[in-house]
Design a protein around this ligand. Structure first.
Ligand code: BGC
Length: 904
């Protein structure tokens, strides 16, 4: 599937490029984006950032200048008139994150733009194809709509809203701005509008409510029209709706249609429909006999004042949820794939169990034919019981059960709207007759972030681990990065995200996802700077565990992977407040609290009876982890301050880092053994990762680490956090072989052990557990191994000094039994490829470096004379510059293009 999506994206990209071809320069411009999106609606920033992609058949191609035109109409843009902004020729190689600097923009404004560039020889290109963006409703005064609901008769059922209106003039365009809490589905004249599901994204609704913008002009007709909206409970509770539709006619006049309660004859109507129950955790119950056919069509229901016999009542204005209305810019949740089970069994008569063969998150579509009133039940699970039926024990209180009651007649198709499940198995009961494989379709659902990477090797186990991590991450992007998709939890846990951030950003394009979640975290921040363990805050503690560096790391990786400084700037004060809060909870540089620390290591290394079904490490003190993270946050803040030009802050956090680092070493360094804390894998690798180990002690610590791995039979003993640091510290300190040994284990505890026991997504625990308690089978927190794959095996990295992959570092580690690796990463400049192969003594590295970037390339060889590029001595190859030899690698600098380095 990933390949399909990538293929589709690439062909769109290529197509766009092909049409943007200019006259003299061979450089082509395409893939125009505004705020990371293609032609977005609902842009809510006054200086949207623009970016474009470049391609060229020549090596070493660079942009030397650009010119952007932004116009208020398509016609003006066509005529070359940038009435909103004409940047003029700007001498710059910047092709991403270029802020709009034209006339002031207002709510709803349409902006059309194009760009041309000058190439490395200073030759101009023709303008690109046009692109556009549209501004959101920027001010509360733009809203006429009122929140409406149905308080008196609400009984837990989803609400159906209906509004009839007339269109008498010719429509030029129309927009609907919609927020239905918890989740809604929008219809217009019998058509379901758009393809968003589980919308809007989950936030703390008392702080922030996201609304979506729809282009609905094409759905309106002359005469009677009907808006229909189904609203379920979602994460909110009693459904509420806010909708404003703005119609512009060809004569320039406008109409507003919007939610408001009360006025008989004009008002919105509401009824409880066929959705009898709906809950994110428990599932949905639908009785098709209660459907009101044509409820969202104009002609079917005569428009008379509130007609109780039809079951439609007047709506009432309700208390607003409290949060400010914010345009939803995170990629909406969508159905991303449809799958069929390959297997079905009948463990008991009339009980059918489908096995998808892959643990996923989403729901099932049921296809059934039978008598009116027959009820089919679908139960979802990750595990099977011994008798072959579903085992839902590890879902704890989540019922994860959908029910459908047939209307009778022909074939019926049904899927839920306001729930989702994490599952591999579906148990079907009450089905009239014997269902076939085609009667249950699985819809795979998530925030529609694009897959961003490819990673494959000759080692099938490594490939399967990568696939397992990919599916786990994909299952846990539901507008917040959830801990798991199946049990009664599904929360944005900040501790897990600390080591997930980088894995996620290699596997998916998180440029629009992380900014949203950063706001969710910011919304939890109290006066004292404390944030909470989960965002939106549902579970866990305030203050959050100090390991919640994910707050800062999301902004950090937005900067590293996309060159985005906005999140750094917007949240800098919040990051400071959180770090200062941690400092205030420390004594002599040691942070005095922590709850989870290096959470959930193998059970022999945990405290019996501790939090989370015994998940607290017994060898790695929480204070050690907390203090390490205060150090890490201080260092991150110092770097951020440097980037943002905040000198005083840089000085302040350098000093804090110094103080905390010294305290860490004073408290935890054990000179007698040459290690930290209990001299275990977690403490030693964390200290190495943080760069806290004094230079002359590094060999002792690395040695201890390697010894400890040996004692553990080549296995890790780490929890969710230090698993990342273990692999990275070993690799960067010269023991990639030991890291690889850990990664490719097949026995407990390891990823291979999970796979050997049938896992298709990551377990929460290293042990195989299937009972109640804390043992999700779809938990991304142990998945940092995937970023290790990209960074070290594929060797694709951004240079921190030129982030956003403006300067790329290709540094592969050929290790263990690997004979080839193929890796790709889609950067904002285009696809970066690093593929290598070993045959005997020959090492071959195939590279693609996107236009307008450069790369530093590490080729494993002892001397430059042993390396060729494209068949010529590498030192003299076109576009290749030899820099130096270092630690068994020959280092080159290259510009854009395709390269083949061969070392013998
Ligand atoms: C979540 C974890 C999280 C933990 C912290 C669990 O319930 O699923 O992922 O790390 O709580 O206590």
């Amino acid at each position: 599937m990933r390949h399909l999506i990538r293929g589709a994206l690439l062909s769109v990209f290529c197509l766009a490029w092909a049409t943007g071809y200019g006259s003299e320069s061979p450089v082509r411009v395409g893939d125009l984006r505004c705020e990371y999106a293609t032609n977005p609606l609902g842009v809510d920033t006054l200086h949207p950032r623009l970016s474009w992609g470049l391609s060229s058949p020549r090596r070493g191609e660079m942009q030397t200048a650009y010119q952007i035109l932004v116009a208020s109409s398509e016609e003006k843009l066509k005529a070359g008139e940038g009435d909103l902004w004409d940047s003029g020729k700007v001498i710059s190689d910047q092709s991403t994150q270029v802020p709009y600097q034209g006339k002031g923009l207002s709510s709803r404004q349409h902006c059309y733009w194009k760009v041309r560039v000058w190439d490395k020889d200073g030759e101009a290109n023709g303008y690109s194809d046009p692109a556009s963006w549209e501004m959101a409703l920027l001010s509360p005064s733009d809203w006429k709509a009122q929140w409406i609901g149905y308080t008196a008769a609400w009984n837990g059922r989803a609400l159906y809203f209906r509004y009839h209106f007339d269109i008498r003039r010719t429509v030029k365009e129309a927009r609907a701005y919609v927020a239905g809490l918890g989740y809604y589905e929008l219809h217009l004249n019998g058509v379901r509008v758009g393809d968003r599901v589980l919308d809007p994204g989950f936030t703390d609704y008392s702080k922030r409510v996201l609304y979506s913008t729809y282009d609905v002009g094409g759905l309106l007709r002359s005469g009677g029209n009907v808006i229909g909206v189904i609203v379920g409970n979602g994460w909110y509770g009693m459904p509420k709706l806010l909708l404003q539709m703005e119609v512009t006619y060809t004569d320039g006049s406008r109409d507003w249609f919007y939610t408001r309660g009360g006025i008989i004859g004009e008002s919105w109507r509401v009824t409880c429909g066929p959705i009898l129950a709906n809950s994110v955790y428990d599932g949905e119950a639908y009785d098709a006999r209660l459907e009101k056919p044509g409820w969202d069509l104009p002609e079917t229901i005569p428009e008379k004042p509130v007609d109780r016999t039809e079951g439609w009542e007047g709506t009432v204005p309700v208390e607003p949820p409290g949060g400010r209305l914010v345009s939803q810019t995170i990629n909406p949740i969508k159905i991303m794939d449809t799958l069929h089970s390959g297997k079905m069994s009948e463990p008991r008569p009339g009980v059918f169990v489908y096995d998808l063969g892959q643990n996923v998150a989403g729901w099932a579509e049921l296809r059934v034919k039978g008598e009116r009133g027959v009820r089919v039940t679908l139960r979802f699970s990750e595990n099977l019981a011994a008798d072959g039926t579903v085992n839902q024990e590890n879902l704890r209180k989540a019922a994860a059960t959908d029910e459908y009651t047939l209307r009778g007649g022909g074939e019926e198709k049904w899927e839920p709207r306001f729930t989702y499940h994490g599952f591999r198995y579906i148990q079907v009961e009450g089905y009239p007759g014997r269902p076939g494989l085609q009667n249950i379709l699985v819809k795979v659902i998530r925030s529609s972030v694009d897959p961003n990477g490819v990673f494959e090797t000759n080692n099938e186990l490594v490939n399967r681990i990568q696939k397992m991590v990919w599916w786990t991450e994909a299952s846990n992007l539901y507008s917040v990065p959830t801990d798991c998709p199946q049990r009664d939890e599904r929360m944005g846990w900040l501790n897990d995200l600390t080591v997930r951030t980088e894995e996620a950003v290699y596997n998916f394009n998180m440029s629009r996802f992380f900014p949203k979640f950063l706001n969710d975290i910011g919304d939890t921040q109290a006066e004292d700077g404390s944030i909470t363990d989960t965002a939106p805050f549902k579970w866990g503690m305030r203050p959050a565990d100090p390991v919640s560096a994910s707050y800062l790391l999301q902004a950090w990786f937005l900067y590293q992977h996309y060159g985005d400084t906005r999140a750094l700037a917007d949240h800098f004060d919040g990051f400071k407040a959180w770090t200062d809060f941690l400092a205030s909870k420390s004594k002599d540089g040691i942070v005095t609290y922590g709850y989870y620390g290096d959470w959930a290591p193998p059970s022999a290394y945990t405290v019996e009876g501790s939090l989370g079904s015994s998940a607290v490490s017994k060898d790695t003190p929480v204070q050690l982890m907390s203090t390490g993270y205060l150090y890490y946050c201080s260092r991150l803040l110092s770097s951020m301050a440097q980037i943002l030009g905040r000198k005083d802050d840089k000085t302040k956090y350098d000093a804090l880092a110094q103080k905390v680092g010294e305290a860490f070493n004073r408290e935890y360094w054990n000179d007698a053994v040459g290690g930290y804390g209990a001299n275990n894998q977690s403490a030693n690798s964390f200290a190495l990762f943080l760069g806290l180990v004094p230079q002359k002690q590094v060999p002792r610590v690395v040695d201890n680490l390697v010894k400890d791995v040996k004692v553990a039979g080549g296995h890790l003993t780490t929890g969710n956090l230090c698993t990342k640091y273990l692999l990275e510290a070993l690799t960067t300190y010269g023991r990639a072989d030991t890291a690889y040994e850990i990664v490719t284990q097949k026995t407990y505890p390891s990823w291979g052990y999970m796979l050997a026991n049938g896992a298709t997504t990551l377990w929460e625990r290293w042990e195989e557990l299937t009972g109640g308690g804390m043992n999700s089978h779809n938990h991304p927190m142990m998945g940092s191994v995937s970023s290790w794959f990209y960074k070290y095996l594929g060797g694709i990295n951004t240079d921190p000094q030129a982030p956003g992959f403006k300067r790329i570092v290709i540094h592969p580690y050929p290790v263990g039994d690997l004979t080839w690796v193929r890796s790709e990463y889609t950067s904002m400049y285009g696809v970066i490829r690093s593929a290598w192969r070993r045959e005997g003594k020959t090492f071959r590295l195939n590279l693609t470096v996107p236009v307008n970037t450069t790369a530093t390339v590490y080729v494993p060889a002892s001397n430059v004379s042993h390396v060729t590029e494209g068949g010529n001595p590498a030192a003299s190859a076109a576009g290749v510059e030899w820099m130096r030899n270092e630690d068994g690698a020959v280092i080159f600098e290259v510009g854009s293009g395709d390269y083949e380095f061969v070392a013998r």
